[in-house]
Design a protein around this ligand. Structure first.
Ligand code: MRU
Length: 359
């Protein structure tokens, strides 16, 4: 399966090349494939804020390279206090988006690497290797999760399934080819998927612009639906699994993900549809007891009020939280590269985090 998955890999959204971070501009997809190059920490932070790059693991990877760029600039200034100055770049990058914990996890890994620098070691090479390591380990995690999630689908239902997914969790959102979408890809290659239903994912349209584009490009049968059609689909279209990603999973198994995920989990429970969350362990925040304390990003109301830069709504304010929290007791399985937690709770999450990665 690993080889099959690697052979099916088509889309890439992040490249570290010629000392710059190259990002596929996700604001323009699928209309236009434009790559932008970044050579500063502040530039990368702005790219994350503006969602040139998005998706929890991809944000973390971009931030790690942003830190490399910051360190390069500080070292070029020749200041003996460059590590103190670099704190400014840590802050700028950490302030770019609040919900996906992968961002803070990646910055913490970069900080730890700095603290482990040996006398005479080249700090820039060490930081670059660390960022590349974060990218590579995310890719490996995707492969492991794809296999595990696919086996879970096979275990519960052997014949081809109709699967519903939300937001974009594919190659565009990770260093590899996806978390939830990686599982869906693997299941498709294994003959377990009849059709994927992609929620359009209002208001930023990650589903209709990104997920539909990725799946269509690989020949996976995909149908787009309005977010509000999800319950109806569960009732009438034989959906057997809802499979989503995550931006932060707390110590008790609560899951923050794209706004609309929570209502999908409630509807799935009502209709007896299984609910799977797929995320690398870098998305798990054992420092938070439960989902109550997860910071939920609110974005500009214009994302709701306007379409294509044109005002469509009446003259009112808009409330635009872009993530919500699904309680652990609505989740059938959390799939990570360390293994699967079925019916998550605090004890099972703690056990999972003690395990080694499976690859
Ligand atoms: O606002 P976004 O597009 O960054 O939100 C992305 C999501 O909510 C994804 O489901 C999540 O990050 C998992 S991506 C592998």
């Amino acid at each position: 399966m690993r080889e099959q998955l690697l052979a099916a890999e088509k889309v890439k959204a992040i490249e570290w090349r010629d000392g710059k971070l190259h990002l596929l501009d996700q604001r323009l997809l699928p209309r236009e494939e434009t790559w932008l190059a970044y050579d500063s920490a502040a530039g990368v932070a702005e790219a994350i804020r503006q969602m040139v790059v998005r998706g929890a693991p991809a944000i973390g990877i971009a931030a790690a390279f942003g830190l490399v760029l910051g360190a390069r600039a500080r070292l070029a200034e020749g200041d003996a206090d460059w590590q103190v100055e670099l704190e400014g770049d840590f802050t700028v990058l950490a302030d770019s988006r609040p919900t996906a914990v992968n961002l803070f996890w990646a910055l913490e890994r970069m900080r730890e690497r700095l603290q482990r620098l040996k006398v005479g070691e080249n700090p820039l090479l060490a930081l670059e290797a660390e960022a590349l390591g974060i990218l590579e380990s995310d890719r490996e995690a995707n492969l492991t999760m794809a296999q595990l999630g696919m086996e879970l689908i096979r275990k519960h239902q052997g014949s081809p399934q109709n699967i519903l997914t939300h937001c974009n969790t594919g190659a565009l959102a990770t260093g590899g080819f996806g978390t939830a979408l990686g599982v869906i890809r693997a299941a498709y290659l294994d003959g377990l998927v009849e059709r994927v239903y992609a929620d359009e994912t209002r208001p930023w349209l990650q589903g209709s612009r990104l997920t539909a584009w990725e799946l269509e490009g690989e020949g996976v049968p995909v149908t787009l639906n309005a977010d509000s059609a999800a319950a109806h689909l569960m009732k009438t279209r034989g959906i057997t699994w809802v499979i989503v990603g995550a931006d932060r999973i707390t110590a008790n198994g609560d899951v923050a993900n794209k706004i609309g995920t929570y209502q999908l989990a409630v509807c799935a429970m009502h209709h007896g549809v299984r609910f799977m969350v797929v995320a690398p362990s870098s998305t798990i925040d054992m420092g938070l007891e439960d989902g109550e304390d997860i910071p939920i990003e609110e974005r500009d109301g214009r994302e709701l009020l306007d379409v294509g830069g044109q005002r469509i709504a009446a003259n009112v304010d808009a409330y635009n939280p872009v993530f919500d929290v699904t309680p652990a007791d609505l989740i059938d399985a959390i799939v990570t590269e360390k293994g699967i937690v079925e019916r998550p709770d605090a004890a099972k999450m703690a056990q999972l985090m003690c395990r080694k990665r499976l690859h």
